[in-house]
Design a protein. Structure first.
Lengths: 357, 350
């Protein structure tokens, strides 16, 4: 199994500045190669503390590429709905070049009404835009002189530059939450899937859809699944809990606030069930998250047990993307957590997953 | 006077890969602070060897920020009309944060028809879009809860994140080519102006109008003018020419190819005289560029003289943004040129 680091800022200006936040994160990135974290990843979000400090995963990962030599750089994820696929594809190739071929492209539909509203994009066009953008971007990365006439974009023969460093193209990951067709799409097309650890039983079903579609399309292997986990590792459970619980709840509070319009009237046929998400988020407790295995917070032994249990319940996954600094966790404590995780947990799980570390 | 380094790729995939081009650029960036160059800068272009390897100045400069501690990071320039102003403003703030407050944000209107065509933006809307984008961007950088209802964009109360690191915001520069109006507007708004070295007397007039508008608007100081130059410095005049000439001509060839449609029919009210500008640059020669001081290629003494003369002719400019490793020149020579320039030319002017 591979373990990477994922950064999802929820800081607001009254808590810490952008410079302070990112300085702290980059100090964690500095440890990635030495401690065996296999990737660096971040989000794309705007306008609120929920991810807003990270409006450009491509820019942040360009910086991270300078602080690592081995770690993969994963956009988790770019949002084509708010850009132009020609611009996005070109920028992805630039990052692939800057990183000497270490980019992995995670791509998502976006889901926050507050973002759609400000970019002037309709929620009801989300799926159609995503599908057209995926079609365009995959072609632009692997072919030259691509012409396109679509519903949302059109352009004459175009070759984006620079050409990708990885051939034929960097690997793709589709971000999928809870819409079965997203999992099916990823599997059918041979892309990895990046998901979030819902109650294990529910996610298991989605992953089965993914792996079934993967096999039926004739792709070799079993697919690639990357899941995100809040992670904080400490010598005692007491310390882990005391340090991490308020920060974990802070993360979910920010999530609920940003997503709130789903529960107060906004709806879209492209986002079935999203109204339920907010109710779920509002009721989250630290204990739920730990018990369900979604938040790996505890001692090396307790986390190792969580990992194995979750792995078994969900039917296996390949890469764990660890949110090692969530809320306002103190950065020096995060470093200690990273060292402990690297030393005491990583070595136990080398054989797990279909991608052997 | 300050001297910064600039990267403007003009190669295609059969000449240099993206990884090699940017690896070369970063190796030059590694020398930046040590040698006293005051900034790192790059362009935004697409789809064509003329600048196309650099679709995101913000991404490259985020990387360059990690390889420097002191140098400013200059977007030369962001093209807001191919993006959304809220996205542009947010990304600039991210770079300001990543660099601990070293961003200088330069903006330009874009001018290549081949780019407009592919992004589906009309050349004739270029000015109006740019003005609306700049109005939005300057507001959201300094204010919170900004709402906007314009011709091209509208949004309810919005606060861009992260907030700028520099207070009240990062410095803003406008790229201006030849219309007095764009120089005057930049001065009036208190923005720096980034330009290309036209013939000295033309520049003198334009810079004069810029500084006049600056003062009349009551801004402290004299404004800031940044001009871009190719530079190759060698102990030997022969080496300077033999290395610099083919690479310089390659740059103009790439430019002419990319801008060709301006001379073969494309026209727009927002781009008066672009056919003439392109024709003029198409006829550029190495000797002409050296003689008029646009290309600093020679020995330290020769270059120092060029700088002196150019400064005198244009009535003084503040920052030189120099391409130090342009075309396909040998990178060891580029580094030697940077060192020679830093040691034997810069001290005469800083």
């Amino acid at each position: 199994m591979q373990f990477g680091m994922h950064f999802f800022p929820t800081s607001s200006p009254s808590q810490e500045s952008g410079a302070d936040y990112w300085n702290g994160i980059l100090s964690c990135v500095d440890l990635a190669d030495d401690l065996g974290f296999s990737h660096v990843r971040t989000v794309e979000h705007y306008f609120t503390p929920y991810g807003g400090y990270s409006p450009s995963p491509i820019a942040m990962l360009s910086a991270a590429a300078m602080r690592t030599k081995h770690a993969r750089l994963i956009t988790g994820a770019v949002l084509p709905a708010f850009s132009h696929p020609l611009k996005l594809a070109s920028e992805l190739c630039l990052l692939d070049a800057l990183s000497n071929g270490r980019l992995e492209i995670g791509i998502a539909r976006a889901f926050l009404p507050l973002e759609f509203e400000r970019f002037g994009v309709s929620l009801d066009e989300s799926r159609a835009r995503f599908n057209e953008a995926m079609d365009v971007i995959t072609r632009l990365l692997s072919e030259e002189n691509v012409a396109h006439q679509g519903q949302f974009w059109k352009f004459p023969e175009t070759t984006i530059l620079p050409r990708p460093t990885q051939q034929p193209a960097p690997p793709f990951w589709i971000a999928a939450v809870q819409t079965p067709s997203s999992f099916e799409y990823a599997g059918r097309n041979g892309y990895g899937v990046m998901a979030i650890p819902f109650a294990g039983g529910v996610l298991r079903e989605y992953l089965e859809i993914y792996r079934k579609a993967w096999k039926e399309a004739g792709h070799r292997g079993n697919g690639k699944v990357m899941l995100v986990f809040h992670t904080y590792c400490a010598p005692t459970m007491q310390e882990a809990r005391a340090t991490a619980e308020p920060q974990l709840l802070d993360y979910f509070r920010n999530f609920a606030n940003a997503a709130r319009s789903w529960a107060t009237g906004t709806s879209s046929s492209d986002y079935v069930g999203y109204d339920k998400i907010v109710a779920f988020l509002d009721k989250i407790t630290f204990d739920d998250q730990v018990t369900s295995g979604a938040a790996w917070i505890g001692t090396p032994d307790s986390i190792a047990r969580q990992l194995q249990d979750y792995y078994d319940i969900v039917g296996g996954f390949d890469i764990a993307s660890l949110q090692i600094r969530f809320g306002q966790l103190q950065v020096d404590k995060v470093h200690q957590s990273m060292h402990l995780f690297s030393r005491e947990i990583m070595p136990r799980f080398k054989e797990l997953g279909s991608i052997v570390a | 006077m300050q001297f910064g380094i600039q990267f403007f790729p003009t190669n295609g995939p059969d000449q240099l890969s993206g990884a090699d081009f940017w690896g070369n650029a970063l190796a030059c960036v590694d020398l930046c602070d040590e040698l006293g160059f005051s900034h790192v800068r790059t362009v935004e272009h697409y789809f064509n060897p003329y600048g196309g390897y650099s679709p995101s100045p913000i991404a490259f400069l985020s990387a360059a920020a990690m390889r420097t501690q002191k140098a400013r990071l200059v977007t030369g320039a962001v093209l807001p009309i191919f993006s959304h102003p809220l996205k542009v403003a947010s990304e600039l703030c991210l770079l300001d944060a990543l660099s601990n407050g070293r961003l200088e944000a330069g903006f330009a209107r874009a001018f290549l028809p081949l780019e407009f065509e592919r992004f589906g933006v009309s050349l004739d809307e270029s000015k109006a879009r740019f003005e609306e984008a700049m109005s939005v961007i300057t507001r959201v950088l300094t204010e919170e809860d900004v709402s906007h209802d314009g011709k091209f964009w509208k949004f309810p109360e919005t606060t861009v994140y992260p907030r700028p690191t520099q207070s009240p915001r990062m410095p803003i520069w406008i790229a201006a080519v030849q219309t007095p109006e764009s120089f005057i507007n930049a001065g009036r708004n208190g923005f720096g102006v980034m330009a290309i070295p036209m013939t000295g007397s033309v520049m003198n007039d334009l810079i004069g109008q810029y500084r006049k508008a600056w003062k009349e608007a009551g801004h402290p100081g004299n404004g800031r003018v940044m001009l871009a130059f190719h530079m190759y410095c060698s102990e030997s005049a022969d080496d300077a020419r033999s290395v610099g000439e083919p690479e310089l001509m390659d740059y103009f060839r790439a430019f002419a190819n990319a801008a060709r449609s301006w001379t073969t029919g494309t026209s727009s009210k927002d781009y008066a005289n672009y056919d003439k500008i392109v024709e003029h640059l198409d006829k550029a020669t190495f000797d002409g560029q050296v003689a008029n001081g646009s290309a600093w290629i020679g020995t330290p003494d020769m270059i120092a003289k060029q700088i002196e003369q150019y400064q005198e002719t244009v009535g003084g400019f503040d920052i030189a943004s120099i391409q130090v490793n342009f075309g396909l020149m040998d990178q060891k020579k580029a580094h030697a040129s940077m060192r020679l320039f830093a040691n034997e030319v810069m001290p005469r002017f800083t």
